[in-house]
Design a protein around this ligand. Structure first.
Ligand code: ATP
Ligand code: MG
Length: 581
Protein backbone atom coordinates (compact mmCIF):
# COMPACT_ATOMS: atom_id res chain seq x y z
CA UNK A 1 0.00 0.00 0.00
CA UNK A 2 1.10 3.54 -0.71
CA UNK A 3 0.43 5.76 2.25
CA UNK A 4 -0.48 8.66 -0.02
CA UNK A 5 -3.48 6.69 -1.27
CA UNK A 6 -4.43 5.17 2.06
CA UNK A 7 -7.27 6.21 4.33
CA UNK A 8 -5.17 6.63 7.46
CA UNK A 9 -6.09 9.74 9.38
CA UNK A 10 -4.25 9.32 12.63
CA UNK A 11 -5.28 11.41 15.60
CA UNK A 12 -2.82 13.15 17.92
CA UNK A 13 -5.05 13.79 20.94
CA UNK A 14 -6.56 11.07 23.08
CA UNK A 15 -10.29 10.89 22.30
CA UNK A 16 -12.39 11.71 25.35
CA UNK A 17 -14.52 8.58 25.25
CA UNK A 18 -11.56 6.18 25.33
CA UNK A 19 -11.20 4.46 28.69
CA UNK A 20 -8.74 1.71 27.80
CA UNK A 21 -5.47 1.61 25.90
CA UNK A 22 -6.85 -0.46 23.04
CA UNK A 23 -9.85 1.80 22.61
CA UNK A 24 -7.62 4.88 22.59
CA UNK A 25 -5.10 3.46 20.14
CA UNK A 26 -7.68 1.92 17.82
CA UNK A 27 -9.26 5.35 17.45
CA UNK A 28 -5.98 7.23 17.22
CA UNK A 29 -4.37 4.75 14.82
CA UNK A 30 -7.31 5.02 12.41
CA UNK A 31 -8.47 1.45 12.89
CA UNK A 32 -12.03 2.21 13.94
CA UNK A 33 -14.41 5.14 13.89
CA UNK A 34 -17.39 5.48 16.19
CA UNK A 35 -20.80 5.62 14.55
CA UNK A 36 -22.92 5.31 17.68
CA UNK A 37 -22.83 3.76 21.15
CA UNK A 38 -21.17 0.36 20.72
CA UNK A 39 -21.22 0.68 16.92
CA UNK A 40 -18.01 1.17 14.96
CA UNK A 41 -16.84 1.49 11.39
CA UNK A 42 -13.87 -0.75 10.72
CA UNK A 43 -11.40 1.36 8.74
CA UNK A 44 -8.89 -0.17 6.32
CA UNK A 45 -6.18 -0.72 8.95
CA UNK A 46 -8.68 -2.16 11.42
CA UNK A 47 -10.16 -4.48 8.86
CA UNK A 48 -6.72 -5.73 7.86
CA UNK A 49 -6.03 -6.92 11.42
CA UNK A 50 -9.54 -8.30 11.79
CA UNK A 51 -9.15 -10.19 8.49
CA UNK A 52 -5.89 -11.72 9.67
CA UNK A 53 -7.56 -12.93 12.83
CA UNK A 54 -10.35 -14.38 10.71
CA UNK A 55 -7.86 -16.18 8.50
CA UNK A 56 -6.04 -17.75 11.42
CA UNK A 57 -9.34 -18.88 12.87
CA UNK A 58 -10.49 -20.22 9.52
CA UNK A 59 -7.30 -22.18 8.95
CA UNK A 60 -7.36 -23.75 12.38
CA UNK A 61 -11.08 -24.52 12.29
CA UNK A 62 -10.76 -26.08 8.86
CA UNK A 63 -7.76 -28.11 9.91
CA UNK A 64 -9.88 -29.47 12.76
CA UNK A 65 -12.50 -30.63 10.31
CA UNK A 66 -15.09 -27.90 10.87
CA UNK A 67 -17.00 -26.57 7.85
CA UNK A 68 -17.76 -22.93 7.25
CA UNK A 69 -21.30 -21.72 6.64
CA UNK A 70 -22.97 -18.33 6.71
CA UNK A 71 -26.26 -18.09 8.53
CA UNK A 72 -28.65 -15.15 8.28
CA UNK A 73 -28.45 -12.30 10.76
CA UNK A 74 -32.26 -12.16 10.77
CA UNK A 75 -33.71 -15.08 12.65
CA UNK A 76 -37.44 -15.70 12.98
CA UNK A 77 -38.97 -15.40 16.45
CA UNK A 78 -40.59 -18.84 16.06
CA UNK A 79 -37.23 -20.57 16.37
CA UNK A 80 -36.45 -18.75 19.60
CA UNK A 81 -39.91 -19.54 20.89
CA UNK A 82 -39.22 -23.24 20.43
CA UNK A 83 -36.39 -23.11 22.96
CA UNK A 84 -38.06 -20.51 25.15
CA UNK A 85 -35.25 -18.04 24.62
CA UNK A 86 -37.49 -15.45 22.91
CA UNK A 87 -38.87 -14.83 26.40
CA UNK A 88 -35.75 -15.32 28.52
CA UNK A 89 -33.11 -13.58 26.39
CA UNK A 90 -34.39 -10.24 27.60
CA UNK A 91 -33.38 -6.82 26.43
CA UNK A 92 -29.93 -7.82 25.23
CA UNK A 93 -31.62 -9.23 22.14
CA UNK A 94 -32.29 -6.74 19.35
CA UNK A 95 -35.69 -7.42 17.82
CA UNK A 96 -37.38 -6.13 14.71
CA UNK A 97 -40.77 -6.50 13.06
CA UNK A 98 -41.21 -6.77 9.31
CA UNK A 99 -43.98 -5.23 7.16
CA UNK A 100 -46.16 -8.31 7.76
CA UNK A 101 -45.80 -7.99 11.51
CA UNK A 102 -43.48 -11.00 11.74
CA UNK A 103 -40.91 -10.71 14.48
CA UNK A 104 -37.21 -11.40 14.14
CA UNK A 105 -34.11 -11.30 16.27
CA UNK A 106 -30.90 -9.79 15.01
CA UNK A 107 -28.83 -12.85 15.93
CA UNK A 108 -26.98 -12.48 19.25
CA UNK A 109 -25.86 -16.12 18.87
CA UNK A 110 -27.02 -18.93 16.58
CA UNK A 111 -27.86 -22.13 18.47
CA UNK A 112 -31.49 -22.02 17.34
CA UNK A 113 -30.73 -21.27 13.71
CA UNK A 114 -28.03 -23.91 13.39
CA UNK A 115 -30.07 -26.55 15.20
CA UNK A 116 -32.93 -25.86 12.83
CA UNK A 117 -30.62 -26.28 9.86
CA UNK A 118 -29.08 -29.48 11.15
CA UNK A 119 -32.38 -31.12 12.10
CA UNK A 120 -33.52 -30.62 8.51
CA UNK A 121 -30.24 -31.73 6.92
CA UNK A 122 -29.15 -34.62 9.09
CA UNK A 123 -31.18 -37.77 9.65
CA UNK A 124 -28.74 -40.60 10.01
CA UNK A 125 -25.87 -41.56 12.31
CA UNK A 126 -23.83 -41.86 9.13
CA UNK A 127 -23.86 -38.06 8.76
CA UNK A 128 -22.43 -37.44 12.22
CA UNK A 129 -20.32 -35.92 13.66
CA UNK A 130 -20.53 -32.52 12.08
CA UNK A 131 -19.09 -29.19 13.17
CA UNK A 132 -20.32 -26.05 11.41
CA UNK A 133 -18.98 -22.57 11.96
CA UNK A 134 -19.39 -19.08 10.64
CA UNK A 135 -17.63 -15.76 11.00
CA UNK A 136 -20.29 -13.16 11.14
CA UNK A 137 -21.68 -10.07 12.73
CA UNK A 138 -23.61 -10.44 16.01
CA UNK A 139 -25.94 -8.03 17.76
CA UNK A 140 -26.28 -7.65 21.50
CA UNK A 141 -27.87 -4.67 23.13
CA UNK A 142 -25.33 -4.58 25.96
CA UNK A 143 -26.35 -2.50 28.98
CA UNK A 144 -22.98 -0.83 29.00
CA UNK A 145 -21.28 -0.94 25.63
CA UNK A 146 -17.72 0.20 26.24
CA UNK A 147 -14.03 -0.02 25.49
CA UNK A 148 -14.66 0.33 21.76
CA UNK A 149 -14.98 -3.00 19.97
CA UNK A 150 -14.24 -4.85 23.20
CA UNK A 151 -17.86 -4.68 24.32
CA UNK A 152 -19.83 -3.47 21.35
CA UNK A 153 -23.47 -3.81 20.35
CA UNK A 154 -22.56 -4.99 16.88
CA UNK A 155 -19.40 -7.10 16.64
CA UNK A 156 -17.85 -9.95 14.70
CA UNK A 157 -17.87 -13.42 16.16
CA UNK A 158 -16.74 -16.80 15.02
CA UNK A 159 -19.31 -19.24 16.30
CA UNK A 160 -19.15 -22.98 15.83
CA UNK A 161 -21.56 -25.76 16.74
CA UNK A 162 -20.81 -29.46 16.93
CA UNK A 163 -23.37 -32.25 16.61
CA UNK A 164 -22.59 -35.76 17.76
CA UNK A 165 -24.23 -39.13 18.30
CA UNK A 166 -23.67 -39.39 22.01
CA UNK A 167 -22.01 -37.78 25.00
CA UNK A 168 -18.71 -39.48 24.51
CA UNK A 169 -18.41 -38.34 20.91
CA UNK A 170 -19.57 -34.84 21.87
CA UNK A 171 -16.84 -34.64 24.54
CA UNK A 172 -14.37 -35.59 21.85
CA UNK A 173 -15.62 -32.74 19.64
CA UNK A 174 -15.34 -30.40 22.61
CA UNK A 175 -11.78 -31.50 23.20
CA UNK A 176 -10.88 -30.90 19.55
CA UNK A 177 -12.26 -27.35 19.78
CA UNK A 178 -10.41 -26.76 23.05
CA UNK A 179 -7.17 -27.70 21.31
CA UNK A 180 -8.07 -25.62 18.27
CA UNK A 181 -8.59 -22.55 20.46
CA UNK A 182 -5.19 -23.07 22.03
CA UNK A 183 -3.62 -23.13 18.58
CA UNK A 184 -5.47 -19.97 17.56
CA UNK A 185 -4.35 -18.11 20.69
CA UNK A 186 -0.76 -19.23 20.19
CA UNK A 187 -0.69 -18.15 16.56
CA UNK A 188 -2.03 -14.73 17.43
CA UNK A 189 0.77 -14.46 19.97
CA UNK A 190 -1.37 -14.10 23.10
CA UNK A 191 -0.27 -14.54 26.66
CA UNK A 192 -3.42 -16.31 27.74
CA UNK A 193 -4.93 -18.94 29.97
CA UNK A 194 -7.80 -21.33 29.37
CA UNK A 195 -9.92 -21.30 32.53
CA UNK A 196 -12.81 -23.35 33.78
CA UNK A 197 -16.01 -21.41 33.33
CA UNK A 198 -19.51 -21.58 34.67
CA UNK A 199 -21.75 -23.76 32.56
CA UNK A 200 -24.93 -22.70 34.32
CA UNK A 201 -27.78 -25.12 34.46
CA UNK A 202 -25.99 -27.69 32.30
CA UNK A 203 -23.41 -28.41 34.96
CA UNK A 204 -20.15 -30.29 34.76
CA UNK A 205 -16.75 -28.93 33.96
CA UNK A 206 -17.38 -28.72 30.29
CA UNK A 207 -17.05 -25.05 29.71
CA UNK A 208 -13.84 -23.13 29.34
CA UNK A 209 -13.05 -19.54 28.59
CA UNK A 210 -9.90 -18.39 26.87
CA UNK A 211 -8.63 -15.43 28.83
CA UNK A 212 -6.08 -13.00 27.50
CA UNK A 213 -4.15 -11.75 30.50
CA UNK A 214 -4.40 -8.00 30.89
CA UNK A 215 -4.83 -5.63 33.82
CA UNK A 216 -7.69 -3.92 32.05
CA UNK A 217 -9.66 -7.17 31.71
CA UNK A 218 -13.23 -7.19 32.96
CA UNK A 219 -12.95 -10.77 34.20
CA UNK A 220 -11.23 -12.05 37.31
CA UNK A 221 -9.34 -15.31 37.11
CA UNK A 222 -8.43 -17.45 40.09
CA UNK A 223 -5.37 -19.60 39.46
CA UNK A 224 -3.12 -21.89 41.43
CA UNK A 225 0.41 -20.60 41.94
CA UNK A 226 1.68 -24.16 41.69
CA UNK A 227 2.38 -24.35 37.97
CA UNK A 228 2.37 -28.15 37.97
CA UNK A 229 -1.19 -28.08 39.24
CA UNK A 230 -2.40 -25.60 36.65
CA UNK A 231 -5.83 -25.05 38.18
CA UNK A 232 -7.42 -21.90 36.76
CA UNK A 233 -11.03 -20.80 36.73
CA UNK A 234 -13.18 -17.82 36.07
CA UNK A 235 -14.18 -16.18 39.37
CA UNK A 236 -17.78 -17.24 38.75
CA UNK A 237 -16.75 -20.87 38.83
CA UNK A 238 -13.63 -20.94 41.04
CA UNK A 239 -13.51 -23.32 44.01
CA UNK A 240 -11.07 -23.55 46.90
CA UNK A 241 -10.17 -26.04 49.63
CA UNK A 242 -12.68 -25.96 52.46
CA UNK A 243 -11.57 -25.52 56.08
CA UNK A 244 -11.57 -28.58 58.33
CA UNK A 245 -14.76 -28.94 60.42
CA UNK A 246 -14.35 -27.50 63.91
CA UNK A 247 -14.53 -29.83 66.90
CA UNK A 248 -15.09 -27.54 69.89
CA UNK A 249 -17.65 -28.60 72.49
CA UNK A 250 -21.07 -27.10 71.88
CA UNK A 251 -21.92 -24.09 73.99
CA UNK A 252 -25.47 -23.18 74.94
CA UNK A 253 -27.51 -21.20 72.46
CA UNK A 254 -27.82 -17.65 73.76
CA UNK A 255 -29.93 -14.78 72.52
CA UNK A 256 -28.03 -11.49 72.67
CA UNK A 257 -29.36 -7.94 72.44
CA UNK A 258 -27.41 -6.23 69.65
CA UNK A 259 -28.94 -2.78 69.15
CA UNK A 260 -27.87 -0.66 66.16
CA UNK A 261 -25.57 -3.36 64.86
CA UNK A 262 -25.63 -3.41 61.07
CA UNK A 263 -22.49 -5.03 59.70
CA UNK A 264 -20.55 -8.20 60.34
CA UNK A 265 -17.59 -6.06 61.44
CA UNK A 266 -19.69 -4.20 64.01
CA UNK A 267 -21.24 -7.42 65.27
CA UNK A 268 -17.90 -9.20 65.67
CA UNK A 269 -16.39 -6.20 67.45
CA UNK A 270 -19.43 -5.89 69.74
CA UNK A 271 -19.20 -9.56 70.76
CA UNK A 272 -15.39 -9.64 70.89
CA UNK A 273 -15.23 -12.20 68.07
CA UNK A 274 -13.61 -12.46 64.67
CA UNK A 275 -15.75 -12.12 61.53
CA UNK A 276 -14.94 -15.75 60.62
CA UNK A 277 -16.61 -16.83 63.87
CA UNK A 278 -19.92 -15.42 62.63
CA UNK A 279 -22.30 -16.46 59.88
CA UNK A 280 -24.43 -14.03 57.90
CA UNK A 281 -27.74 -14.92 56.27
CA UNK A 282 -28.60 -13.20 53.02
CA UNK A 283 -32.13 -13.45 51.67
CA UNK A 284 -32.79 -13.90 47.97
CA UNK A 285 -35.84 -14.11 45.77
CA UNK A 286 -35.60 -17.16 43.53
CA UNK A 287 -37.16 -16.96 40.06
CA UNK A 288 -39.47 -14.18 41.31
CA UNK A 289 -41.37 -16.75 43.35
CA UNK A 290 -39.84 -18.05 46.54
CA UNK A 291 -37.47 -16.69 49.14
CA UNK A 292 -34.25 -18.49 50.01
CA UNK A 293 -31.77 -17.77 52.78
CA UNK A 294 -28.07 -18.20 51.99
CA UNK A 295 -25.81 -18.56 55.01
CA UNK A 296 -22.18 -17.56 54.53
CA UNK A 297 -19.27 -17.34 56.92
CA UNK A 298 -19.00 -13.73 58.10
CA UNK A 299 -15.65 -12.99 56.49
CA UNK A 300 -16.53 -14.34 53.04
CA UNK A 301 -18.63 -13.25 50.12
CA UNK A 302 -21.37 -15.06 48.26
CA UNK A 303 -20.72 -16.06 44.65
CA UNK A 304 -24.18 -15.48 43.20
CA UNK A 305 -23.53 -17.53 40.08
CA UNK A 306 -22.70 -20.59 42.17
CA UNK A 307 -25.62 -19.88 44.48
CA UNK A 308 -28.01 -19.65 41.56
CA UNK A 309 -26.75 -23.02 40.30
CA UNK A 310 -27.02 -24.81 43.65
CA UNK A 311 -30.55 -23.46 44.08
CA UNK A 312 -31.37 -24.76 40.59
CA UNK A 313 -32.68 -21.30 39.73
CA UNK A 314 -32.84 -19.35 36.49
CA UNK A 315 -32.56 -16.02 38.25
CA UNK A 316 -31.94 -14.86 41.78
CA UNK A 317 -31.97 -11.37 43.22
CA UNK A 318 -31.53 -9.87 46.66
CA UNK A 319 -34.80 -9.57 48.53
CA UNK A 320 -35.92 -6.00 49.21
CA UNK A 321 -36.11 -4.65 52.78
CA UNK A 322 -39.91 -4.77 52.52
CA UNK A 323 -39.93 -8.41 51.38
CA UNK A 324 -37.53 -9.33 54.18
CA UNK A 325 -39.60 -7.64 56.86
CA UNK A 326 -42.80 -9.17 55.61
CA UNK A 327 -41.49 -12.70 55.35
CA UNK A 328 -39.15 -12.91 58.38
CA UNK A 329 -40.69 -10.36 60.72
CA UNK A 330 -37.32 -8.67 61.18
CA UNK A 331 -35.68 -5.79 59.30
CA UNK A 332 -32.58 -6.21 57.13
CA UNK A 333 -29.50 -7.26 59.07
CA UNK A 334 -31.04 -9.69 61.53
CA UNK A 335 -31.79 -12.77 59.44
CA UNK A 336 -30.45 -16.07 60.74
CA UNK A 337 -30.85 -19.80 60.06
CA UNK A 338 -32.72 -20.63 63.24
CA UNK A 339 -36.44 -21.05 62.55
CA UNK A 340 -36.06 -19.70 59.03
CA UNK A 341 -37.41 -22.80 57.34
CA UNK A 342 -40.46 -22.61 59.55
CA UNK A 343 -41.24 -19.33 57.83
CA UNK A 344 -41.34 -21.09 54.47
CA UNK A 345 -37.85 -19.98 53.45
CA UNK A 346 -35.50 -22.46 51.86
CA UNK A 347 -32.20 -22.60 53.72
CA UNK A 348 -28.88 -23.07 51.94
CA UNK A 349 -25.65 -23.06 53.88
CA UNK A 350 -22.21 -22.68 52.39
CA UNK A 351 -19.56 -25.36 52.96
CA UNK A 352 -17.55 -22.87 55.05
CA UNK A 353 -20.47 -22.66 57.48
CA UNK A 354 -21.19 -26.38 57.65
CA UNK A 355 -18.25 -27.16 59.92
CA UNK A 356 -18.52 -24.15 62.24
CA UNK A 357 -19.11 -24.65 65.93
CA UNK A 358 -20.61 -22.07 68.26
CA UNK A 359 -21.09 -19.46 65.61
CA UNK A 360 -22.99 -16.18 65.74
CA UNK A 361 -26.09 -15.66 63.59
CA UNK A 362 -28.99 -13.25 63.26
CA UNK A 363 -31.99 -13.79 65.51
CA UNK A 364 -34.77 -13.11 62.95
CA UNK A 365 -35.87 -10.39 65.32
CA UNK A 366 -34.96 -6.73 65.35
CA UNK A 367 -31.83 -6.01 67.43
CA UNK A 368 -31.17 -9.66 68.35
CA UNK A 369 -28.50 -12.21 67.41
CA UNK A 370 -27.67 -15.66 68.72
CA UNK A 371 -24.31 -16.89 69.93
CA UNK A 372 -23.40 -20.54 70.42
CA UNK A 373 -25.26 -21.53 67.26
CA UNK A 374 -24.67 -25.11 66.19
CA UNK A 375 -25.83 -26.79 63.03
CA UNK A 376 -28.01 -29.85 63.61
CA UNK A 377 -28.85 -28.92 67.17
CA UNK A 378 -30.17 -25.40 66.48
CA UNK A 379 -31.08 -25.49 62.81
CA UNK A 380 -31.16 -27.83 59.88
CA UNK A 381 -30.54 -26.62 56.35
CA UNK A 382 -32.25 -27.71 53.13
CA UNK A 383 -28.94 -27.91 51.38
CA UNK A 384 -25.26 -27.47 52.10
CA UNK A 385 -23.08 -26.64 49.13
CA UNK A 386 -20.26 -24.47 47.86
CA UNK A 387 -21.35 -20.96 46.94
CA UNK A 388 -18.52 -18.87 48.37
CA UNK A 389 -16.37 -16.58 46.28
CA UNK A 390 -12.81 -17.85 46.04
CA UNK A 391 -10.22 -15.26 46.89
CA UNK A 392 -6.51 -14.61 46.68
CA UNK A 393 -4.68 -16.54 49.39
CA UNK A 394 -7.19 -19.39 49.56
CA UNK A 395 -5.90 -22.95 49.28
CA UNK A 396 -6.25 -24.79 45.97
CA UNK A 397 -8.86 -27.56 46.14
CA UNK A 398 -6.84 -29.66 43.71
CA UNK A 399 -3.34 -29.51 45.16
CA UNK A 400 -3.40 -27.46 48.37
CA UNK A 401 -1.25 -24.73 46.77
CA UNK A 402 -1.96 -21.03 47.11
CA UNK A 403 -4.58 -19.43 44.89
CA UNK A 404 -3.97 -16.06 43.31
CA UNK A 405 -5.99 -13.61 41.24
CA UNK A 406 -5.41 -11.93 37.91
CA UNK A 407 -7.44 -10.00 35.37
CA UNK A 408 -8.31 -11.29 31.95
CA UNK A 409 -10.22 -10.53 28.77
CA UNK A 410 -12.46 -13.35 27.61
CA UNK A 411 -11.77 -13.79 23.91
CA UNK A 412 -13.21 -17.25 23.46
CA UNK A 413 -15.61 -19.68 25.03
CA UNK A 414 -16.02 -23.41 24.44
CA UNK A 415 -19.13 -25.02 25.82
CA UNK A 416 -20.51 -28.53 26.04
CA UNK A 417 -24.26 -28.15 25.52
CA UNK A 418 -25.51 -31.70 25.76
CA UNK A 419 -29.08 -31.99 24.48
CA UNK A 420 -30.33 -28.62 25.72
CA UNK A 421 -31.19 -27.41 22.21
CA UNK A 422 -31.62 -30.69 20.37
CA UNK A 423 -34.28 -31.69 22.90
CA UNK A 424 -36.41 -28.57 22.71
CA UNK A 425 -36.01 -28.37 18.94
CA UNK A 426 -36.26 -32.11 18.29
CA UNK A 427 -32.97 -32.44 16.47
CA UNK A 428 -32.78 -36.20 16.15
CA UNK A 429 -31.10 -38.83 14.00
CA UNK A 430 -31.64 -42.53 13.43
CA UNK A 431 -29.00 -44.80 14.95
CA UNK A 432 -27.81 -48.15 13.50
CA UNK A 433 -30.86 -49.91 14.85
CA UNK A 434 -33.22 -47.35 13.33
CA UNK A 435 -33.99 -45.81 16.69
CA UNK A 436 -34.43 -42.05 16.95
CA UNK A 437 -31.81 -40.35 19.17
CA UNK A 438 -31.14 -36.78 20.22
CA UNK A 439 -28.01 -35.18 18.85
CA UNK A 440 -25.51 -34.04 21.47
CA UNK A 441 -24.16 -30.56 20.94
CA UNK A 442 -21.34 -28.18 21.78
CA UNK A 443 -20.89 -24.51 20.91
CA UNK A 444 -17.73 -22.51 20.54
CA UNK A 445 -17.35 -18.74 20.17
CA UNK A 446 -14.48 -16.34 19.57
CA UNK A 447 -14.95 -12.59 19.58
CA UNK A 448 -12.99 -11.68 16.47
CA UNK A 449 -13.09 -7.92 16.94
CA UNK A 450 -12.47 -8.34 20.67
CA UNK A 451 -9.36 -10.40 19.84
CA UNK A 452 -7.88 -7.42 18.01
CA UNK A 453 -8.56 -5.09 20.96
CA UNK A 454 -7.19 -7.65 23.41
CA UNK A 455 -3.99 -7.96 21.39
CA UNK A 456 -3.50 -4.21 21.71
CA UNK A 457 -4.16 -4.32 25.47
CA UNK A 458 -1.30 -6.76 25.69
CA UNK A 459 1.08 -5.14 23.24
CA UNK A 460 1.57 -1.40 23.53
CA UNK A 461 3.73 1.36 24.95
CA UNK A 462 3.36 5.10 25.45
CA UNK A 463 3.87 5.72 21.72
CA UNK A 464 1.27 3.30 20.42
CA UNK A 465 0.55 -0.27 19.43
CA UNK A 466 3.20 -2.98 19.11
CA UNK A 467 1.58 -5.55 16.84
CA UNK A 468 2.35 -9.22 17.01
CA UNK A 469 3.48 -10.06 13.47
CA UNK A 470 0.57 -12.45 12.85
CA UNK A 471 -2.15 -9.81 13.01
CA UNK A 472 -0.40 -6.53 12.19
CA UNK A 473 -2.27 -4.47 9.60
CA UNK A 474 1.03 -4.23 7.72
CA UNK A 475 4.08 -6.21 8.72
CA UNK A 476 6.60 -3.70 7.41
CA UNK A 477 6.65 0.05 6.89
CA UNK A 478 9.21 1.35 4.44
CA UNK A 479 9.91 4.98 5.31
CA UNK A 480 11.90 7.13 2.92
CA UNK A 481 12.78 10.11 5.11
CA UNK A 482 12.74 12.59 2.27
CA UNK A 483 10.78 11.69 -0.84
CA UNK A 484 12.72 14.28 -2.80
CA UNK A 485 15.98 12.43 -2.30
CA UNK A 486 15.90 10.48 -5.55
CA UNK A 487 18.34 7.62 -4.87
CA UNK A 488 16.81 6.90 -1.49
CA UNK A 489 13.33 7.00 -2.95
CA UNK A 490 14.31 4.69 -5.76
CA UNK A 491 15.74 2.19 -3.27
CA UNK A 492 12.66 2.43 -1.06
CA UNK A 493 10.36 1.86 -4.03
CA UNK A 494 12.30 -1.20 -5.10
CA UNK A 495 12.36 -2.64 -1.59
CA UNK A 496 8.63 -2.05 -1.35
CA UNK A 497 7.95 -3.78 -4.66
CA UNK A 498 10.25 -6.71 -3.89
CA UNK A 499 8.78 -7.28 -0.44
CA UNK A 500 5.28 -7.14 -1.83
CA UNK A 501 6.22 -9.65 -4.51
CA UNK A 502 7.62 -11.90 -1.77
CA UNK A 503 4.24 -11.89 -0.03
CA UNK A 504 5.15 -9.46 2.75
CA UNK A 505 2.43 -7.01 3.83
CA UNK A 506 4.21 -3.75 3.34
CA UNK A 507 3.29 -0.10 3.26
CA UNK A 508 5.53 2.65 1.92
CA UNK A 509 5.26 6.06 3.55
CA UNK A 510 5.55 8.10 0.38
CA UNK A 511 4.09 11.24 1.94
CA UNK A 512 5.99 14.47 1.46
CA UNK A 513 5.88 15.43 5.14
CA UNK A 514 8.28 15.80 8.03
CA UNK A 515 10.10 12.66 9.15
CA UNK A 516 8.93 13.30 12.73
CA UNK A 517 5.32 12.86 11.71
CA UNK A 518 6.15 9.72 9.75
CA UNK A 519 7.95 8.15 12.70
CA UNK A 520 5.19 9.08 15.14
CA UNK A 521 2.55 7.57 12.87
CA UNK A 522 4.56 4.40 12.35
CA UNK A 523 4.99 4.00 16.11
CA UNK A 524 1.34 4.76 16.82
CA UNK A 525 0.03 2.24 14.30
CA UNK A 526 2.70 -0.15 15.48
CA UNK A 527 4.04 -1.90 12.36
CA UNK A 528 6.32 -4.63 13.74
CA UNK A 529 9.19 -3.68 11.39
CA UNK A 530 10.26 -0.32 10.10
CA UNK A 531 12.86 0.36 7.44
CA UNK A 532 14.06 3.97 7.35
CA UNK A 533 15.91 5.20 4.30
CA UNK A 534 17.74 8.42 5.19
CA UNK A 535 20.09 10.37 2.99
CA UNK A 536 23.15 10.37 5.23
CA UNK A 537 23.19 6.65 5.99
CA UNK A 538 22.17 5.72 2.50
CA UNK A 539 25.20 7.47 1.08
CA UNK A 540 27.24 5.03 3.24
CA UNK A 541 25.23 2.14 1.83
CA UNK A 542 23.23 1.75 5.04
CA UNK A 543 19.56 1.63 5.97
CA UNK A 544 17.92 1.60 9.41
CA UNK A 545 15.94 -1.50 10.30
CA UNK A 546 13.99 -1.38 13.53
CA UNK A 547 11.68 -3.73 15.35
CA UNK A 548 8.82 -1.77 16.91
CA UNK A 549 9.18 -3.60 20.21
CA UNK A 550 12.88 -2.72 20.48
CA UNK A 551 14.39 0.59 21.40
CA UNK A 552 17.29 0.64 19.01
CA UNK A 553 17.59 0.17 15.30
CA UNK A 554 20.11 -1.83 13.38
CA UNK A 555 22.13 -0.15 10.67
CA UNK A 556 22.00 -2.74 7.94
CA UNK A 557 23.78 -3.03 4.67
CA UNK A 558 21.29 -1.85 2.07
CA UNK A 559 21.62 -4.99 -0.01
CA UNK A 560 21.00 -7.22 2.99
CA UNK A 561 17.76 -5.54 4.02
CA UNK A 562 15.35 -7.41 1.79
CA UNK A 563 16.52 -10.83 3.01
CA UNK A 564 16.65 -9.70 6.62
CA UNK A 565 13.15 -8.26 6.60
CA UNK A 566 11.55 -11.14 4.73
CA UNK A 567 13.17 -13.63 7.11
CA UNK A 568 12.12 -11.75 10.26
CA UNK A 569 8.53 -11.58 9.06
CA UNK A 570 8.49 -15.26 8.21
CA UNK A 571 10.08 -16.28 11.52
CA UNK A 572 7.75 -14.21 13.69
CA UNK A 573 4.65 -15.50 11.98
CA UNK A 574 5.62 -19.13 12.37
CA UNK A 575 4.45 -20.65 15.60
CA UNK A 576 4.75 -24.30 16.39
CA UNK A 577 1.24 -25.07 17.56
CA UNK A 578 1.78 -28.81 17.59
CA UNK A 579 -1.11 -29.22 15.17
CA UNK A 580 -1.31 -32.17 12.83
CA UNK A 581 -1.98 -30.94 9.36
P1 ATP B 1 -19.13 -11.51 28.11
O1 ATP B 1 -19.15 -12.28 29.40
O2 ATP B 1 -17.86 -10.77 27.87
O3 ATP B 1 -20.37 -10.69 27.88
P2 ATP B 1 -20.33 -13.70 26.76
O4 ATP B 1 -20.18 -14.79 27.73
O5 ATP B 1 -21.61 -12.98 26.64
O6 ATP B 1 -19.15 -12.62 26.97
P3 ATP B 1 -20.30 -15.51 24.51
O7 ATP B 1 -21.77 -15.50 24.39
O8 ATP B 1 -19.63 -16.71 25.02
O9 ATP B 1 -19.84 -14.22 25.34
O10 ATP B 1 -19.69 -15.06 23.11
C1 ATP B 1 -18.49 -15.59 22.56
C2 ATP B 1 -17.42 -14.52 22.44
O11 ATP B 1 -17.91 -13.35 21.80
C3 ATP B 1 -16.90 -14.02 23.76
O12 ATP B 1 -15.91 -14.89 24.26
C4 ATP B 1 -16.34 -12.67 23.39
O13 ATP B 1 -15.01 -12.80 22.90
C5 ATP B 1 -17.23 -12.21 22.27
N1 ATP B 1 -18.20 -11.19 22.72
C6 ATP B 1 -19.28 -11.37 23.50
N2 ATP B 1 -19.95 -10.23 23.69
C7 ATP B 1 -19.26 -9.28 22.99
C8 ATP B 1 -19.45 -7.88 22.77
N3 ATP B 1 -20.48 -7.24 23.30
N4 ATP B 1 -18.56 -7.22 22.00
C9 ATP B 1 -17.51 -7.86 21.45
N5 ATP B 1 -17.29 -9.17 21.62
C10 ATP B 1 -18.13 -9.89 22.37
MG1 MG C 1 -22.26 -11.18 27.37
Amino acid sequence: MRWKNALINTIRETPKEAETVSHKYMLRAAMIKKLGAGIYDLLPLGLRSVSKVMNIIRQEMNSSGAQEVMLPVLSPAELWQETGRWAVYGREMMRITDRHDNQFALGPTHEEVITDLVRREINSYKQLPVNLYQIQVKFRDEIRPRFGVMRAREFIMKDAYSFDRDEKAAMESYKIMFDTYNRICKRIGFKYRPVEADSGAIGGNMSAEFMVLAETGEDTIIYCENEKCGYAANMEKAVFAKPEPQTAAEEPLTKVHTPNIKTVGELAAFLGKKPEETAKTILYIVDEKKMAGAVMRGDREINEVKLKNVLGANEIRLATPEEILEKTGAPVGFAGPINLREKGIRLAIDDTVAGLKNTVTGGNEQDYHYTGVNRGRDYQENLAADFAKAQKGDRCAKCGGILNEQKGIEVGHVFYLGTKYSKSMKATYLDETGKSQLMVMGCYGIGVTRVVAAAIEQNNDENGIIWPMAIAPYEVAVVPVNVKYAEGMEYAEKLYTDLKAAGVDVIIDDRDISPGVKFKDADLIGFPLRVVVGEKNFKDGKVEVKLRREKNFELADKDAVFGMVAETVRREKTVDTGALR
